[in-house]
Design a protein around this ligand. Sequence first.
Ligand code: CAA
Length: 389
Amino acid sequence: MNIGIDALACATSHYCLPLADMAEALDVPVGKYHVGLGQEHMSIPALDEDAVTLGAQAGARLLAATGTEGIRTVIFATESGVDQSKSAGVFLHALLGLPRHVRTVEMKEACYGGTAALQSALGIVARHPKEKVLVIAADIARYAAGGAGEPTQGAGAVAFLVSAEPRLLNIPAVSGVYTADINDFWRPNDSSTPLVDGHLSMDAYMDALTGAYDDYLAQGGIPAAQMARFVHHQPFGKMARKAHARLMAHTGDPRGDEVIESGLAYGRQIGNSYTAALYIGILSLLGTDPADLTDTPIGLFSYGSGAVAEFFTGIPVAGYRERLRETGADAEGVAAMLAAREPIDFPTYRVLHGALRTDSADFSTPPQTTAPFRFAGVSSGVRQYEARA
Ligand code: CAA
């Protein structure tokens, strides 16, 4: 029995900032952002958007194509959680009108959370092949204003359905895993931005890549040379390029960036989306690569600071491009989604950045997003979400 991703949809935020504007405002050569980091725009959430509204938007796009039949589990992966106790998935369950007979949880391990959710979903379907699992990975990458991470911010969400006999991507069972206790990036409970040792995080990422790949081989995986393309977690494009060079040197494979290039296109325009970033990279590869990738193994690397990583493969199923079109996640659909963002200038972005409220006192958010779901504020300590009629 094949198990994997049956359909995949994505969403991003209402606003975006061209990094050229940030470079000009901060008096940084734009080449540092465009070439040095490999990024061009970053998605910026409106004050009435959060991980729940982004996730619900992706979920609604997915379910409009797939329906809800067979879904008995919802796993919401995020490191932009909105409550210490209640799962972000429960808010989303209500917004999407999902059936009552569903188990709903939130999963966290930095950017690796989406892959933890995928692997858990694969296990559930292996045990109950008629069931489907809805996975949501949604995040807002928000760093301290003026810090080195600021140009790598972004916002995005994916929703995917894990099932038997999937119509998009088979996920073979062999997988390589890796954990090391490293303080490269973390967000204490009283902070809305992470504490980051950026250069340590890059080394930790690359050590985790070779560590997870070696475990993948030890578990009986195929060598990298047999993989047609690779998608590595993308906090920013240059990180994936550095990682790829490290993996190729490690395996003796002479191939260069031509086998990762098409997976980098969407992330360059969205910025980091933490748990969603790898899956937005997969969409970018499947939607924009000129080759027919049907039945060819794609190497996938997921990294979450702290640090946990996994190396595994995905195999596109015949008709995968049509399947993307059904959820609006084909190249035209994603291009339209990116073009629909409202560009803002640097001063406007900094006002939004500074206006985020994370307290539980009552407040209302101004109506800004035109998305189908919005975060309306807090009333009696309860987060209020609205769905557009
Ligand atoms: N033209 C072209 N390139 C230029 C340039 C110019 N004018 N000026 C600088 N550059 C290049 C630099 O040479 C460098 O490239 P190389 O690394 O290939 O040499 C690149 O631009 C970046 O320059 P710096 O290293 O000086 O940048 P920085 O120190 O200001 O910030 C960073 C880089 C530390 C990664 C910072 O962006 C950061 O802290 N980011 C957040 C942490 C992060 O994303 N870590 C990644 C691994 S952890 C992870 O993956 C989990 C996650 O999602 C967070």
